[in-house]
Design a protein around this ligand. Structure first.
Ligand SMILES: *[C@@H]1O[C@H](CO)[C@@H](O)[C@H](O)[C@H]1NC(C)=O
Ligand SMILES: *[C@@H]1O[C@H](CO)[C@@H](O)[C@H](O)[C@H]1NC(C)=O
Ligand SMILES: *[C@@H]1O[C@H](CO)[C@@H](O)[C@H](O)[C@H]1NC(C)=O
Ligand SMILES: *[C@@H]1O[C@H](CO)[C@@H](O)[C@H](O)[C@H]1NC(C)=O
Length: 363
């Protein structure tokens, strides 16, 4: 076995010598770094392109497909993202509140470099949108919610020290739009924009959604803020509807509800139920739109539950709980209560009929 392996290796080396012999000499094999390495901002508010040209003097490696190793990160982040590609471009999403740094080098495949790994020196590039205005002028507490997977709404608070003539503008972009669009339906307080109601967003989920809120001011510039998220991760569904509680056996309680209205598929929900038996409350979750519970005592008087919904992990990485529903109850009327009821209600009913008749007669 060992003999055969060795044999194959010899054969390979022999083959490489004949094929690329001219490139091999006593000097080391070198390759140049890619040329014109650039970070290009197409104005997509966070989606940036890297582009570069092949290295100089590639003639020695005509037979080879060279590869590039690209590394990049937001300045200040610990980890570099690493990509190996044969192309001359690459794109990814970034946080434009910070700068971006990237470096790239050429890789020669082993078969072109006498069996060893040869790489060039790095070409480097950085990019940063020149920050305007001082940081206090940025908006604060940006909050975006995709209501029921239908309507996106973002709201914010004005930064410190903004003046009367200042106002904020929101721009957004996602894959599929030619260019960044400005909000057309601002939420205003005293003429100032403090939020945006987005129009219908076609196929905007499961892709990065970028937002920039900058400002216009006559006196001093306003610092822009950049945000990015995926819409399915900020969905807040409507609460479930049509709650019901039924006793399926003396101690078994079945709680049921119907799906919230709207476009969210049934398999995307998780529900949280808060169940109260007299004074005891507990919470449980389920992915079905019903749940069974065994009551703890036979003479519990009141069984109530509320439920709320959220997207589950099969449809989104994250989500926002819906509001709770109204409480729905089953009121156990056991014998003792029946007696009490008979004792009080019957005479009371009789009395009110009497009062009614008498007032009618008097009138
Ligand atoms: C090529 O590889 C052989 C054996 O591995 C080595 O002796 C030789 O020095 C190498 N040549 C170059 C140019 O690296
Ligand atoms: C705000 O951002 C948009 C989109 O990038 C840009 O077109 C516009 O010029 C910016 N406005 C200001 C005042 O910087
Ligand atoms: C609850 O009980 C009902 C009737 O006993 C049954 O049809 C249903 O599948 C049960 N639901 C769950 C979630 O176990
Ligand atoms: C409830 O009553 C049934 C029969 O009426 C009995 O078998 C059961 O043990 C009781 N359960 C509790 C929790 O008291």
């Amino acid at each position: 076995m060992a003999f055969i392996c060795l044999d194959i290796r010899c054969l390979c080396i022999f083959f490489m010598y004949t094929a690329f012999g001219y490139a091999l000499s006593d000097t080391e094999i070198n390759v140049n770094p890619p040329q014109d390495f650039q970070i290009v901002d197409p104005g997509y508010l966070g989606c940036l392109y890297f582009q570069w040209q092949p290295p100089l003097s590639l003639d020695d490696f005509k037979e080879c497909t060279i590869e590039y190793e690209l590394k990049y990160r937001n300045i200040g982040s610990e980890i570099w993202k690493t990509i190996i590609t044969k192309n001359l471009h690459y794109k990814d999403g970034f946080d434009l509140n910070k700068g971006i740094e990237a470096k790239i080098h050429t890789l020669l495949p082993r078969k072109c470099a006498n069996g060893s790994k040869v790489q060039s020196s790095w070409s480097e590039a950085t990019y940063r949108i020149p920050p305007q205005g001082n940081p206090e002028t940025k908006i604060q507490d940006m909050d975006c919610i995709y209501y029921n997977w239908e309507y996106l709404l973002c709201s914010w608070k004005a930064g410190m020290g903004v003046r009367l003539d200042d106002n904020y503008n929101l721009f957004y972009w996602y894959e599929g739009l030619d260019h960044a669009l400005q909000c057309v339906d601002y939420i205003k307080v005293k003429g100032k924009n403090i939020g945006c109601r987005f129009p219908y967003l076609k196929s905007a989920d499961y892709t990065d959604f970028y937002i920039c809120v900058n400002g216009s001011s006559e006196s001093k510039p306003i610092r822009a803020s950049y945000f990015s998220f995926q819409l399915q991760n900020i969905v807040k569904p409507l609460p479930p509807e049509h709650l019901s509680v039924t006793m399926t056996s003396p101690n078994e309680i079945n709680m049921k509800w119907s799906l919230p209205r709207g476009p969210i598929p049934p398999k995307c929900f998780i529900y949280e139920i808060e169940f109260t038996e007299d004074d005891i409350t507990w919470v449980t979750t389920t992915v079905e739109n019903q749940a069974n519970i065994t009551r703890t005592t036979n003479d519990s008087r009141q069984l109530c539950f509320i439920v709320r919904s959220k997207l589950n992990i099969y449809c989104a990485d994250d989500g926002i709980w819906s509001e709770w529903t109204e409480e729905n109850c089953w009121k156990g009327i056991n014998d003792r209560w029946k007696k009490i009821l008979m004792f009080f209600m019957l005479p009371l009913g009789f009395a009110s009929v009497l009062v009614f008749l008498m007032s009618y007669l008097i009138l």
